[in-house]
Every structure is written in structure tokens, then in C-alpha cells.
Design a protein around this ligand. Sequence first.
Ligand code: UDP
Length: 326
Amino acid sequence: MQVLVTGGAGYIGSQVIKQLNQQGYETIAYDNLSYGYRESVRWGEFIEGDLADTDKLERVFHEHNICVVMHFAAFISAGESVIDPIKYYQNNVINTLNLIHTMLRCNVNKLIFSSTAAVYGEPKTIPIDENHPLCPINPYGVGKYLVEKTLPVFDKTHGLKCISFRYFNAAGADADGELGEMHDPETHLIPLIFDAVSGKTKDVSIFGDDYNTPDGTCIRDYIHISDLAQAHILGLTRLLNHAESDIFNLGNGAGYSVKEVIDAIKKVTGAEFSVEVAARRAGDTSKLISSSDKAKEILGWKPQYPELEKIVETVWNWKKKAKQIS
Ligand code: UDP
């Protein structure tokens, strides 16, 4: 059973590849290494390639026996998408359509799609379930929303069965300390705080403390990477059992503010570093907290890391193991 994993060298893709291989699937990572790391693909086959290169992609389908595609390859920074929207639409929308078009030409009609909680925009009700209105406020969210809207069309015309997962904030490192979150440039909160812990950066900036939240900083729902990966394998099993297309939130159902994340990391690491309040970052919603009851009920998903401190501990252990910190 071969699974094509686009973006397989990235933070989430590489973790999913690890778990897929542990569970007996064969994987082919397809990644242009624009942001991913070759050394993160430690299981299965690796092919360096771009989704814009549809000839190469088509060859990959012809040379393998791929039955499902997991599509992680995408740009992921909501803030950057406000500054450079074309970059986001080009890769996250047009290249996704390239992938779907190639899949369908090659008679592969099962897809797991990485969507995002950013499709919801500013929440009208908390927790946010899958029926919450979709009103994205940044091009990153709009791009994922546009793809989500095309999927039922391909289901009708070509029988494309797709499970879309709307991620809240992926976080943490795997329990073996083998894989963790690293982006270059780094824009995500938890890795940036760890940069301050290690002394790589001088301080941490809080992007706005005047939001309508109890301490004024933005609230996010952090979900551990291994839990996210597990949900993908459950989704894959479901697709292989001929399920209909569906959409699931993946989050913990608990919200933590930026200040609470900083405090949790200070507590776990014992590190001291300075924290400054900076201007709001364009494209940020004040609060995103999921209801993931649907994934629990329908997929039988059981997240193992409901607490932020436990998530942070996995990052700390990974950093120490990788000697990124002493
Ligand atoms: N954030 C922050 N300082 C930073 C990086 C992020 O205050 O140096 C905030 C950001 O404004 C957001 C939250 O932390 O409210 C999570 O941001 P991240 O980029 O990690 O994920 P996002 O929610 O944008 O996907």
C-alpha cells in the first residue's frame, strides 16, 4: 500500500511518514525542500520535486502503485500571506489543483488534505465546530477555503474522496525526540520562544496585548504533532474503507494565550528571558479554540497530549537530545 506524501520533509508530513511506516505503509515523500529538511525523511522513499512540475509528478504516479495522497505541501504563515498573497495562492491553491488534476489523470481518487482553522476567521461561537461559518481573514485561510470548496466538485465529477483536516495549532516534538518543529525563517510562537530559551534570540515579542481576551493576548488551541499524525492514519483507514468525503477539526479543545504559552515554557525549562509587547501582527484572529468531537466520534481519535506543559516538555526533550540546547 503506497502513500504519496507531499511536503513529506516538513514538520507535520515527516511525522506522519514516521507513523505510517511504523504501521506498515510504504511512503513516497514528494517535497521541493523549499522549507522542508531532507534529513527529516528517515523512512520510505524521498523524491525531490515541485507540485508545479506536473510532468515529474505524473511520472511518480506512473512509477509507483499509489492509492492515497496526503497533501501537506503548503506555505503556512498567516502573517506572511497578508504581505505576499500571490505566493500563497500560487502554491496553496494552484499547486493543489495541479496535484488533484494529476491524481485524477492517473486514476488516484483518495486524498487527505491539510486545511486549517484559519478558514473560520474571527469566531462567532467558541468552541468552533465544523459547522461554524467560514469567513477567513487572511490569504492563507482564503486559499485553504478555496481548495475546500473545489473538493466536492471533483467528488461529483471524478469520484474524488477527500478527508480535510482543519488543524488548529500544531505543536510539540515526537516522544522519541527524533522530529520537531523548525522553520527557516521561524515565525511560529513555540519555536521562537525556544530560540529565546537557547539564547539564539534575545527576547520574545508578544504580537499585541490589546485583544478581547482575558490577558489581552491571542488565544490558540495547541495540538500535539503525534496526535495530529494519528488522526491522519485514522482518516486514511477510513478512506481505504470507502468512506465518503468529510471534514474534521483537529485540536485539543483548550485555549492558551500567548502569555500562558510563554509561562509554560519558562516553567518547563526553568529559563529566564525577556518579553516585549510589540504591535499586532496583520491577519491574526483573537481566539481559536476547537471542538474536535466529530473526529473523536467518527474516527475514534484519542489525543494523548491534552496539556500544554506536556506538549512543551516534548519540545524541550527533543531540543536537549538534538543538542540544540544544553
Ligand atoms: N505570536 C507572538 N509572537 C511571536 C510569534 C507569534 O505573539 O513571535 C502570536 C501570534 O500573533 C499568534 C500566536 O502567537 O497569536 C500563534 O502564532 P503562530 O504563528 O505560532 O501560529 P498561527 O496561530 O498564526 O498559526
